[in-house]
Design a protein around this ligand. Structure first.
Ligand code: SF4
Length: 360
């Protein structure tokens, strides 16, 4: 199977052009066709000679996903896409419309190894990492179907992005590059359940992206119960790494807090959250729990408002509306059926580039 051209950095494409004895200016022509014009077929690259278009077509594919299902919310038009990848595995991506803001929620892994108890994706286990090209293709595929232009991208779909930074970072850089998608770096948010080495790596980026920490509990003990990753990366160390990120990048961090009745939504929890967030330049985003799991359900509206009221007195707090919950597209609900999990995972993923990838 031919590799996706979306996996290649501009340096790798330059090498390919040299090997093919093509002039250097072809690089800009290719990038423009890929990311500005977003042509889905090489024959549309009208700035390139016909023979060279054929050569590209002989060596690469431009789109590798099959759209297998689409759900559109009748309430708010939130749209969830189910894609089949070349190796038969499936992932989901979501478009969220909020006024002029159009956010793409994209996946970084097929499934997720972290097993957060309130999250449907965690129940899939991890099948594999997505390639940079597959991360980028989600955006291209949704661009051709969106009702309004993309304004923001959040890595909050399936998977833990900081466990796949070798692919997530090249894709995120493509989203902000002038010869890529040209989005502002403040429009890209990478969310983590708390992978400390990944947070440190993000803090060291020359052009850092926005960070969201899926916090969800205010003590080591309560967080361990719902997020097993806390055993490996304890809450106090995690908060130190976030402090380091905000000090180095001068960026505000977002604490995401999924409210679960009887677990983390009491008045004492709200006050503890205020204390925890106090030293940080941070926004707090609460999200009433979305899972279908009977063990985890949202607090009553009255309790949510009380929680908001306590935090609001001291901190900026926003409540994320449960956009797309009725089509299982809301936070924590993404679950792609990958029934032959073991067999699929054993099968090699053959969407590999034909040249060695140089990591940036
Ligand atoms: S919440 Fe995020 S990190 Fe946790 S299991 Fe779900 S996808 Fe993975």
């Amino acid at each position: 199977m031919k590799p996706s051209i979306l996996n290649y950095t501009r340096e790798e494409l330059s090498r390919f052009l040299e090997e093919q004895q093509q002039p250097a200016y072809r690089l800009q022509q290719i990038l423009q066709g890929l990311y500005q014009n977003q042509w889905p077929q090489f024959e549309q690259f009208s700035t390139l000679p016909k023979e060279f278009r054929q050569l590209l077509d002989d060596n690469f594919v431009l789109r590798s996903f099959t759209l297998t299902d689409t759900h559109i919310s009748e309430i708010d038009k939130t749209t969830k896409f189910l894609w089949e990848l070349p190796d038969g595995l499936r992932i989901e991506s979501v478009i969220i419309y909020e006024g002029k803001r159009v956010t793409y929620c994209i996946s970084s892994q097929v499934g997720c190894p972290l097993d957060c108890k309130f999250c449907a994706t965690g129940k899939m286990g991890i099948l594999r990492n997505l390639t940079a090209g597959e991360i980028i293709e989600q955006v291209l595929q949704m661009n051709s179907r969106s009702e309004a232009p993309l304004t923001n991208i959040v890595f909050m779909g399936m998977g833990e992005p900081l466990l796949n930074l070798d692919e997530v970072l090249p894709a995120a850089h493509k989203f902000i590059a002038a010869d890529g998608f040209g989005l502002g770096k403040n429009r890209i948010t990478i969310s983590t359940a708390g992978i400390i080495p990944g947070i440190k790596q993000l803090a060291d980026q020359a052009e850092p992206f926005k960070l969201a920490l899926s916090l969800n509990a205010v003590s080591q003990e309560s967080r361990e119960k719902i997020m097993p990753v806390t055993r490996k990366y304890p809450l106090s160390d995690l908060l130190d790494s976030v402090r380091e990120y905000t000090a180095k990048t001068k960026k505000t961090v977002t604490f995401e807090y999924v409210l679960m009745d009887g677990l983390n939504s009491s008045e004492a929890d709200a006050r503890a959250l205020v204390r925890l967030a106090h030293p940080f330049k941070a926004k707090i985003n609460i999200i009433p729990c979305n899972t279908d799991d009977p063990l985890y359900h949202p607090p009553s509206e009255q309790d949510i408002q009380k929680f908001e009221w306590i935090v609001n007195g001291k901190r900026t707090i926003t409540r994320r509306r449960r956009k797309g919950w009725e089509i299982q597209a809301a936070c924590g609900q993404l679950y792609a059926e990958n029934l032959t999990k073991t067999a699929r995972a054993a099968k090699p993923h053959n969407n590999k580039p034909i040249m060695d990838r140089k990591k940036p």
